[in-house]
Structure formats: C-alpha cells, structure tokens
Design a protein around this ligand. Structure first.
Ligand code: PLP
Length: 621
C-alpha cells in the first residue's frame, strides 16, 4: 500500500525495497539498481557525517537541467520554430556553490546561463566560465556599481544583459555606459497586467512591484533613442511569479508578452530575445492539479505551450521568431536536495495499561474507567465525549486543590489508555472514519532533530507542502500517527500537514520508535528556496550538506561534504567573538575558584565542556 503517496509524487526517483528501506533510483541510468537511503545514511555516519543533513543527488540536478533544455529543443523542432532556447538559472533559488557550479557544468552543452538578481549574484555569475552563447541576465534594482560591473564584463566576452526595471535605472545605464565608453546589452522588464493564481499572484498584475507599465516603456524607448542606445535593447523580460499552478495562465501571459514584443519592435527596438522569467511550477503533491502545491501541466507541456504561443503571435505580426529565454529556478533545483533528520523521542498520547482505581479516588475516576466497559464500534464518539468530560472535570478539581497530583496522574493514564483502545478499535472498524478528525487531535508528537525555520522555511511561512516520510521499516505497517516537532523552542516549529495516500492529512503514519537503531525521516524536493531563505531561529545553523552521485552498482560516490555551522560560526553571525566568549567564561570559572565555589580540579572539565560546545554542531549530537 502506498501510504505516503510516493508513487504519485515520486517521479520514479524513489522506491521501497523489500527490506522496507526507501531507495534512490538514478533517472539518468534507469536500469541501474536502486540505492538504499538508510544505507547511504549509515555509510555517511561511519565517515563522521551526521543528521540532520541535506543530501544532494547530483544526477537529479543533471536530469532537471537536461529535461528543461531538451523539452524546449523538442518543442522547437516539433513546431518548426525558427529561434532557439537559451535558458538561465536564477541564482537566488539556490546560491550554493556546489549547486551553481554543477548547473553551469550540466548546462554547458545547452548554452545555459545564469540570472543575477543582485550585485552579489552577479559577482557569482562572473566567477564562472560560461559558454560563448550563454546569457547572464541581470534583474533587480541596480546601482551604478552593479551597472558598471555588468557593462565592463562585456569586455571579457560575457553576454551580460542589464534588464531595465525602472525609468530611473535607464539614466544610470546611459551615464555609466558613456563614462566607460562601452555599449551595454539591454533588456527591459514589462509589467504584464493579467494576474495569475497561486501563492505568488502578487508578482503579476497592475500592483506588482516590478517592471514597467506601457507609458513607462514608451518613455524608456524615447530615452534610449535620444541617448543613441536604442540599438542595444535586445531583450524583453517579464516574470509571472513563482509556481504558476495553471498552464493556461502561462499561455495568456506569454500572449501578452508577445504583444509588447511586437509593439516595441515596431517602435524601433531591435529585440531578439524574449525572456519569460520563472514560474515553471513543481508538482510537490503529485496531484497534477492547479493548486498551491501542485500544477496541472508537465515541463514538456509548459515548453510546448510557450513555443507554440510565441510562434503564433510572431507569425501573425510578421515578426522573426525570437530566441526564447526562461529563468526556471524551482523546476531546475527542487528535486536535487532532500532533508534527512532523526527522530529524537516521542511524546505518546496513549498508555498501554491503566492503573486501578484507588478506594479514595473521586467517583469521576471510576466513571472514567467504566467508559472502557461500553467501548464498541458503534459508541466510539460517545466514549470519546465521556472520557473527555470526566478527565476535564478531574482537571477542574485538581486546579481548585480538591484532588492531588497522584490521583490526577492516575486519571490521565486511565484516559490515555482509553485513547489507545479507541485508536486501535477505530483502526480496525470502518466506523472509525466517523471520528477521524478527533483521532488526528490524539496524534503523538515525534520530536525531531531539525529546525523548521532553518531548513523548511516555506513550510512555516506559506504552508508549503513537501513529501515527508519515514525512510525505513516500510515493510511493516505503521503503528501510530504523529505530528513532528522540531528542536527550536517555538511552538510554530512543527509539521502537521502531510501528503498521504489519498490527499493530505494533519498527522503522519509512523512506526513505534525502534530501540536499537535510529528512525530517520526524509523531506523531499527541498532544493529550491529552502536553503537560501532559512534563518537562525534559536541559533540553529546550516545543517551538514552532502553531495552524492548514484553509481550503477547500488552504491554511491561522495562528491562533496560541507560541514554544517559550528556554534562558534553562528555566534559570529550575531556579532559575538567566540574567543571573547571563551575568555569571559574562563574569567567566571576563575572567579568561582577564588571564591571557593568550585575546586581547581573542576576548572579543566568545565573549560573543556564549554570549548567542545562552541566548536560543535548546533543540532542534537
Ligand atoms: N526570475 C525572476 C525575476 C524571479 O523573481 C524569480 C523568482 O521568483 C525567478 C526567475 C525564479 O522563479 P521560479 O523559481 O518560479 O522558476
């Protein structure tokens, strides 16, 4: 049974082995055997690399870059489109060197370039040897320094396009290019007025913060013409917002973009490149529906729709087919990373046995115990109601001081035992479905070694759904339902919305925690945005990051290891000098020795404990 919906969302990248392990399949080598994920984790542990960690699979990244480029190539060939495709990877979606370097490497044969949305990202882009025909597209607000670097990079052969975001930026570009005596490659960002649906709807439409309206575009063209630079305007850019759920929104937006393209050409702008920005969505749930966490189209369909729409529009206007550019970030990197963490302990909301009622106990305790006598499939809800009533009455008596702690403890254990019986009966009786909502509220809490704020920020901020499941024991039926809590001291640090077999659920099927080995969870498709948006809540830093490649013999190669932040590193991010902290602690220790509070011999272990902590991992070790 596909309890976690893995067959629906897994893209054939994962399968469950007979021993119950989740295993990774190599999409670039479909005949090679799957590689056990718990096996990879055990191997990495032996090398001293511990969870929580981000595991990057290089072949998944290569497959995504191949898919986008080849889908455009295929669509171009099939429709007889006269232009080509020159995609760029928006660095902001995952700026990690290991990711960007590999994208450049895998994209080389497709003349794949980079998109920079800021000065630091341009600095990253210019540190790469890109193919001669690849683009660097510069978006975002640009000062004279940004513009100057972009223009000068032309001397080294980079095709660095400055996308004009505002009329003010045009003046900066004109002045800087005059001062440098180098002509820029220019683009212009058009604000499309059709609004799309989804989480990022605000990036499109009249009120979006980026791009220029029609009047401003006319002003830009006039300014550039006056400055003798109109011939440099070769690219038109627009961006709909990320994760566009409905492919027909893409078609409509592309149609709009084409209208501007043809009009600006008629105005004398020698446009050759049509850049349609990001937005190619990712099907996190595998539902194939236009919802917040899914999309109603495939990559192939997205590419085909763009190529077809542009071809029709250009043919109708008698305009040469432009080079197509997209800035697909999410679809390029989402698959390539997964977050893996161990479960530390469980808070269970049931008890295996119930204590006997004591002679002096309040009658509510025996009333509560008696609920167990009439528990049956057709009285599930009644038993739930009665049990809650008696327990709540006992709580009220406890608060007023009428019953003591031991009687209250007995009450709670009897209640939790009743809940265990109700859960078990509900699981085996079809009438259990009637109390499904109540059962979710009785889910256990599994405490896990990760920070939601550092590693899954969109789950916290916008209720993003990622597939999440146990990585082992899947040959055995799960015995419990749980919500996951992270190790920050924040009640928001929890996951209580999961993708399951038939949709989503407020609790996740899990196993009783094994005593002799760790129980690991995997969160899939976290390569886009999650690493870059994470924050230092409670000073939990970056996790360990490991890049691997899958071999053909059910093994893997470790390509790169990046150790997670140490405590000293996160302290320095918040302006503490770790050596000052050590010195300050030493002073306190020596002061305590002087006052006779601790002995001289206690100094060494105290200092060692402090030093070990400051040099250690921020997570539970
Ligand atoms: N291009 C621009 C200008 C963006 O702002 C973004 C992100 O929203 C992207 C590209 C990447 O979008 P996506 O990850 O949806 O492909």
């Amino acid at each position: 049974e596909d309890l976690y919906g893995l067959k629906r969302w897994g893209r054939g990248f994962f399968e469950v082995l007979e021993n119950g392990d989740v295993a990774l399949k190599n999409p670039l080598s479909p005949d090679s055997p799957p590689v056990s994920l718990p096996g990879i984790i055990r191997d990495l542990e032996k090398r001293g690399i511990h969870t929580p960690m981000i595991l990057r699979v290089s072949s998944y990244l290569e497959d995504a870059i191949r898919q986008i480029n080849e889908s455009f190539r295929d669509a171009i060939k099939r429709t007889g489109y006269q232009g080509t495709y020159r995609g760029v990877f928006p660095i902001k979606v995952n700026q990690q060197a290991q990711v960007v370097d590999r994208i450049v490497e895998f994209g080389r044969k497709y003349d794949f370039g980079l998109e920079a949305g800021s000065k630091p990202e341009l600095v990253i882009a210019l540190a790469h040897k890109l193919p001669d025909d690849a683009l660097i597209v510069c978006n975002g607000v640009k000062d004279a320094e940004f513009v100057g670097l972009a223009i000068q990079s032309r001397k080294l052969g980079f095709n660095t396009v400055i996308v004009l975001e505002s009329t003010m930026e045009v003046d900066t570009v004109i002045e800087t290019s005059r001062a440098l005596g180098v002509e820029p490659m220019l683009g212009v960002r058009v604000k499309l007025t059709n609004q799309i649906s989804g989480n990022w709807a605000a990036s499109s439409g009249d009120r979006s913060t980026f791009g220029m309206n029609t009047a401003q575009l006319v002003e830009v063209i006039d300014k550039l013409r006056d400055a003798g630079l109109l011939h440099c305007l070769t690219l038109q850019h627009s961006h709909l917002g990320s994760q566009v759920p409905d492919v027909n929104d893409v078609r409509r937006a592309v149609g709009d973009a084409c209208r501007y393209f043809c009009e600006m050409k008629a105005e004398g702008a020698p446009l050759t490149h049509l850049d349609l920005g990001g937005g190619l969505g990712f099907d996190y749930t595998g539902e194939q529906k236009a919802t917040a966490n899914s999309i109603n189209y495939s990559v192939e369909e997205y590419c085909a729709n763009i190529v077809e729409t542009v071809a029709y529009a250009m043919n109708e206007a008698g305009v040469e087919h432009p080079t197509l550019v997209t800035e697909s970030g999410r679809a390029s990197v989402a698959t390539s990373s997964m977050l893996i963490f161990n479960v530390l302990e469980a808070t269970l909301f049931d008890a295996p046995d119930a204590p006997a009622v004591e002679p002096d106990d309040h009658h509510y305790v025996s009333d509560l115990t008696a609920v167990g006598d009439y528990l049956s499939g057709d009285r599930l809800r009644e038993c739930l109601n009665d049990a809650s009533f008696y327990r709540n009455e006992m709580r009220a008596l406890f608060r007023r001081g009428h019953v003591g702690m031991r009687q209250m403890a007995r009450t709670e254990t009897i209640y939790r035992h009743l809940m265990a019986r109700i859960k078990a009966l509900a699981a085996s009786d079809e009438r259990g479905a009637d109390i499904e909502d109540e059962l979710h509220k009785l889910a256990d809490i599994y405490h896990c070694n990760f920070s939601l704020f550092q590693s899954l920020p969109d789950v916290w901020a916008i209720d993003q759904l990622h597939p999440l499941m146990p990585l082992q024991m899947l040959d055995q039926p799960p015995t419990r339902r749980a919500v996951l809590s992270d190790i920050t001291c924040d009640s928001d640090g929890k996951v209580d919305h999961f993708i399951v077999a038939d949709g989503t659920s407020p609790s996740l099927p899990v196993h009783d925690l094994p005593e002799d080995r760790p129980y690991h969870m995997g969160v899939f498709f976290v390569g886009a945005y999650q690493e870059t948006l994470g924050d230092l809540h409670n000073l939990f830093g970056d996790t360990n990051v490991v890049t691997i490649d899958l071999r053909d013999d059910a093994g893997f190669d470790l390509l790169h290891e990046q150790e997670g932040d140490t405590i000293a590193e996160v302290l320095s991010y918040v302006e503490y000098d770790p050596s000052d902290c050590v010195a300050a602690f030493r002073k306190l220790v020596d002061g305590a020795i002087s006052k006779g509070i601790i002995s001289v011999e206690e100094r060494r272990p105290l200092m060692a404990a402090y030093r070990d902590s400051i040099n250690g991992y921020t997570y539970y070790e």
